[in-house]
Ligand binder design. Structure first.
Ligand code: FPP
Ligand code: MG
Length: 379
């Protein structure tokens, strides 16, 4: 509650006094002076995913049923793999975002006797995005040869990569066919481009990982494609599902994208924290040749000799644990995580500006908590 008072104060301050805005060097957007986000972690208790889900809790339960009802496979193995995937869907940030976006953009607030505020059309929108995301992670674990996902064995670890690839394809195909069968073409028409963007991000990432030449610009472009675009779609489809006008849909897309950029940067910061309970192995990115923001931040501040020395270590990271440790120590000592967190907060500030148009409500509050959660989460 206290958190949201401060968040809302910050937003309304920026709404009232435009002269107090300055341009941010990272985002090139205007953000309020004396931004609260720098101080927020120090004074406010942790926000939990439960407080974010609260306004749409009944909808999320109905959504789970909706997904399970739609995703049934012919064939024992396929069904077994599907059950495994559907029972470990993770935090469900995307469906929550779709539902909260639908709720704050809905022309009339309607809550039924079971506490549900979203329609089947919103559930469909949430399912389309969530299942594309699920499919992409199954493929990603094959590409990264990752044995775990969300603290459980990955599909490829349990059933081999060949079956995992087919399962990912199957989920994608089912998602598109369910979408088409629903005839909600305004929602479905965005899916092809979203999938293509994910693939572009993945290929760009591979290309730079191979050459070990990821710059800040490359990094931002990769994470925009592989993560932010889908969060943008989650939020915009939520608004679209309740018939919001084009401006509102666009505003929510931008909000979701900014949130997604921050979300991925935090993911990449967490990768550097060995002790973090991330549900996946730490320092994985370096072993995969992925140069992410904490390292980019320090490389940008090194002189030529230091840079060559660190890059030599980075080159050895694929199969030399001592090189991984040494790069992590460099990033630690030079404050790479802290510097990356500054950029992350800039994206959150940007995202929160898009929410300043909305009146105070439990759903707005939950979306603001979602912004805070991105900085605070440790998994
Ligand atoms: C996880 O990133 C991966 C993604 C967000 C996107 C993966 C996209 C593809 C594999 C393209 C194919 C897409 C479809 C829909 C079939 P990460 O590896 O940084 O995160 P992680 O640590 O959670 O694995
Ligand atoms: Mg991965």
């Amino acid at each position: 509650m206290y958190r949201n008072v401060i968040l809302l104060m910050s937003i309304s301050k920026s709404r009232i006094n435009r002269s107090k805005l300055r341009k941010n060097s990272v985002t090139q957007r205007q953000i309020p002076k004396n931004s609260y986000l720098c101080k927020v972690n120090a004074i406010i208790p942790m926000v939990t995913i439960d407080s974010i889900r609260k306004p749409v809790l009944a909808d999320l339960a109905a959504f789970d049923e909706f997904v399970r009802g739609n995703f049934n496979a012919e064939g024992e193995l396929l069904q077994e793999m599907l059950v495994h995937v559907l029972s470990s869907r993770g935090k469900g940030i995307r469906p929550v975002l779709t539902m909260l976006s639908a709720a704050i953009n809905s022309p009339h607030e309607q809550i039924d006797g079971d506490g549900r505020r979203c329609s089947k059309r919103t559930y469909l929108a949430a399912m389309l995005v969530e299942m594309i995301h699920t499919s992409s992670l199954i493929h990603d674990d094959v590409l990264d040869s990752s044995d775990t996902r969300r603290g459980r064995p990955s599909v490829n670890a349990m059933w081999q990569s060949n079956n995992a690839v087919i399962l990912g394809d199957y989920i994608l195909a089912r998602t598109l066919s369910i979408g088409m069968a629903s005839a909600q073409y305004d929602l479905v028409s965005h899916l092809g481009a979203a999938i293509a963007t994910l693939c572009e991000g993945e290929v760009l990432q591979n290309q730079h990982a191979e050459r070990l030449d990821t710059t800040r610009e490359d990094y931002l472009s990769i994470i925009h494609r592989k993560t932010a675009s889908l969060l943008g779609l989650s939020a915009s489809l939520g608004a679209m599902s309740v018939g919001a006008d084009r401006r509102a849909v666009e505003r929510m897309r931008r909000f979701g994208e900014a949130l997604g950029m921050a979300f991925q940067i935090q993911d990449d910061i967490l990768d550097y924290r060995r002790t973090a309970d991330t549900g996946k192995p730490s320092i994985n990115d370096l072993r995969e040749g992925k140069i992410t923001l904490p390292l980019i931040e320090i490389l940008e501040r090194c002189d030529e000799a230091e840079r060559s020395r660190i890059m030599e270590l980075v080159r050895r990271c694929r199969d030399d644990q001592s090189a991984v440790d040494a790069v992590q120590a460099e990033v630690d000592a030079r404050g790479g995580e802290r510097l990356a967190a500054v950029t992350m907060r800039c994206y959150l500030e940007r995202g929160m500006h898009y929410l300043s148009e909305y009146a105070e409500s439990d759903c707005l509050s939950a979306l603001l908590d979602l912004c805070a959660y991105v900085t605070e989460r440790n998994r």
